[in-house]
Design a protein around this ligand. Sequence first.
Ligand code: ZN
Length: 330
Amino acid sequence: MGRGRLPVVYLPKVDERLSSWAARMAPFYAMTVSEFVAALGLQGRDVFDLEWRLSEGQGALIAARTGLSPEAVQAMTFRELGSAARMMIAWKNRFPCPHCPEDLHRKTASLPWRFYCPVHGVEFRDATGETLSDRFGTDCFKQLEGHAESGAAHLDAWARGAGQGDLGVPEVLQVLTARHRRASPPNVCEQPQMSLKDRRDYHDFLTTPIIRQALTVVVPEYDQVAPVLAKPVRPGLHALAQGSLLQCFALTVGIGRIIEDPVKWAISVMLVSDAEGQGRVRQVISLWPLSLRRSISARFWRAERDESARQIAEKAARQRQSHKYRYRIS
Ligand SMILES: [Zn+2]
């Protein structure tokens, strides 16, 4: 093939990324992707590096070889994202759309906080073909979506490197993924109904300690529907970068909720933490802005006092109840 214009060039699809377009083009010329990249005049360049940042010169080279406009070429890159967000970009679509061709990979579908196909408007599926509305139930999913939208807006601003107000995405994720309680085996609600024999057979499962994270406090809906062994998420930003569809959605909802009311959620998490876990939560909150930390301290001791008063009252009520009961049967 000479250095002129390629005879056949596919038009990039809506929101298609460069690596996807190159992987569709290469087989037409019976080439590998790297051979095709070389044929574009960019020998030895990695297509994933190119789609992250394409210099003006490289973009012009591809435009000249393909007849695509330089804008159309640049639109296939992630140039609108800041460097912190690169770890969030998957190599291919994270979660499939049932209507998109399998070999088409869109920029939107590489990010972990997108839950709808930008072209077909339908929910992405997980590896088993299940949607989030299947998993949560339609009503519950609808209620969570509002929080997911504010979480996603915050994540978008962070990914673009724009100012995000007081509280940054990494600082929120550190709280969501903090181990607020000691790891513990599946509790009764988390265990499937089992016969005595099954319980013996599944002894290992029933005694496996599960990591307990603040995400389950901020998004109890996730705690209820997530399979117990797949409930823990990775720490910090990795939770999103490497999460399942369900985990990424729960994290996005959690980010939305915390951004909407950081003080309330920090206190809710601390109130149900054990002593060691509370230390860990306090440590990650110490990275939050001072004004928020002040409000949290001011409200936390009151919340803790109210909580212990409530527990004392509850205990007294229980005792009265049992006295009455004992009196009646004697
Ligand atoms: Zn689609």
